[in-house]
Structures are given as C-alpha cells and as structure tokens.
Write a protein that binds this ligand. Structure first.
Ligand SMILES: C[S@@+](CC[C@H](N)C(=O)[O-])C[C@H]1O[C@@H](n2cnc3c(N)ncnc32)[C@H](O)[C@@H]1O
Length: 275
C-alpha cells in the first residue's frame, strides 16, 4: 500500500535531507522532473538583490531554509548577518555541516560558480563561499504555522541587545506552500513573519503554483495549491507595497511524476513604511 501523503510533523520523521539535496540540488540546472526552478530562482534572486535595494551590512532572515543555501548566495553580497530558520533538526544540521565544512556536507560550489558568472566575476566564487559561511550567524528552529514562528527566539537578549529583533530582508523558497495546511494559515504565516521585517524592508519569495504534492526519498509530501493572484492578495493585506510577481509556466508537466506544479513564481515586495 502506498504511504499516506506526508505533512506537518511528518517532516521530522520522513523528510530525507540527503535525498532532497541529491534529487533537486546536484547542479544549478536542477533535475529534469523539477524543470527550471533552480536556474530561474538563482537568476531572479541575482536580479532582485543587485537592483540596489540592499545596503551593505543588511540583515537577512531566511524562513524554511531546509538543508539549502543556494537562495542566499546573491543576497550575501550585501548581507553580513544572516539567520536561517528551519523546521527540522536534520535540515538545520545539514546547513551547520556546510558552514563547518564537514566532509559530509553538500557541494554547493556549482551554485556559487553559477552566481559568480552572472556577476561577471567568475574568480570570486570561493571568496563568496567563505563570505556566506561567515555571514550565517545562526541556524534556528521555526514553525510558520505558529502565531510566533520563531518563539521564543526573537525576544532573546544578549548583553542588553535584542539580537533577533528585525531584519532588512526576508527570503523564503518553496516553504510556505509546503508548510501551511490551508490558505488561512498561509496568510497568517506571511503576517507573522512580516512582524520581523523592518518598515521599508524587502520580502523575496519563490515557490510553485497549483502543486498538490512533491516527492522526496519515495515519500509524497503535501503542497497547498496556490496561485499568483492569491499571493498578491495575501501580501497586499499584510501591508506590502510595490509587489512584483513574475510567473514562469512549467515546461515539463507532461513527464513529471515526482510533483504536479504548473509553474513557478518569484515575488518581491516592500513592507510599507510607517506613516
Ligand atoms: C520543499 S522544502 C524547501 C527547502 C528550501 N527552502 C529550498 O528552497 O529548497 C520545504 C521546507 O519547509 C519546511 N517546513 C515544513 N513545515 C514547516 C513549518 N511548519 N514551519 C517552517 N518550515 C516548515 C521543511 O522542513 C522543508 O525544509
């Protein structure tokens, strides 16, 4: 009998970190079944983060990082403090391995080379790797379905300083539609994450549209089917302005047995300034 579709706390037991990385993140070109997500996401994030909106020294929060860091490479040119927030212990451990250059770490060097080429500075990729390793200050647990997704972390005070107070930029890739069981919880997650973004700060998201499942290590994982008009409504209601959503139709739906998305989106939006 086929296993039930995995969701919620199942992630702690059945989400196979290594299988996910091998299947989807061996190269920036990605797996055939996945279409062009990796390449598109890298290129779009490169464009967004090189558009002059981030000041050097910006603080970035990545939500639902999984075991991956590809989504941080472009932004790390400007961000000297990055916090990765992720639901499962195995995924957090995988990021820590990469930071510590553990022999068992995933090889992200092709992704750094890809970005260095986009930046027309192909010799810079190794320096960018060490820069990102230094910039990731913490890898913390999070649960976006909770009213306080990073609890109790954001209230922690060290030497009189609120370390986890607010961010200039939030990124999230392929997370909210995987984590949120329904549209109400997706909207609530965006509102709750927004509380940590400074007024005028940037929210950058990439995800899939109208997907009901994806496969990792032989297990099917639930995905909330959403589209770009729903996302626009959510971000408008959460107080964002200058919302840009780029949609890319899937090119591989016919032969895809590992997931059923019909396209990708990359959203970027600005949190309204306080009046
Ligand atoms: C498809 S993976 C995306 C990982 C990574 N961001 C990427 O771009 O490859 C979905 C991620 O959502 C995380 N997740 C699942 N439930 C969550 C929750 N309640 N809160 C936060 N993250 C969750 C999973 O652990 C997993 O890392």
């Amino acid at each position: 009998m086929a296993a039930l579709i995995q969701k919620g706390t199942d992630y702690h037991k059945t989400f196979d970190t290594k299988a996910y990385l091998t299947a989807y993140f061996a190269t920036p070109e990605g797996a055939d079944e996945e279409g062009e997500f990796d390449t598109l996401c890298l290129k779009e994030f490169h464009e967004i983060f090189n558009s002059g909106r981030l000041k050097p020294g910006s603080r970035l929060l990545d939500v639902g990082s999984g075991p991956t860091i590809y989504q941080l490479i472009s932004a790390s040119r400007f961000c000297t403090e990055i916090v990765c927030a992720e639901y499962t212990q195995n995924n957090r451990a995988e990021i820590e391995k990469w930071i510590k250059e553990d022999p068992d770490m995933h090889d992200w060097s092709p992704f750094f080379k890809f970005i260095a080429d986009l930046e027309e500075d192909s010799g810079s990729w190794e320096a960018r790797q060490s820069h990102l390793r230094d910039a990731i200050k913490e890898v913390i647990p999070c649960d976006v379905t909770k009213p306080d997704p990073f609890a109790p972390r954001q209230h922690e005070e060290v030497n009189g300083i609120l370390l986890f107070y607010s961010f200039d930029v939030v990124t999230t890739t392929l997370c909210l539609e995987a984590a949120c069981p329904d549209r109400e919880s997706y909207s609530a997650a965006v509102r709750n994450i927004t509380r940590l973004l400074k007024p005028g700060g940037t929210f950058v998201l990439s995800g899939v549209t109208n997907q009901t499942f994806y496969t990792v290590g032989g297990y099917k994982f639930f995905t909330l089917p959403i589209d770009s008009s729903f996302m626009r409504e959510v971000f408008e209601k959460a107080g964002y302005v200058d919302i840009s959503i780029k949609s890319f139709p899937a090119t591989n739906s016919e032969n895809n047995t590992v997931s059923d998305f019909d396209g990708f989106v990359v959203l970027d939006a600005k949190k309204a300034e306080i009046e």
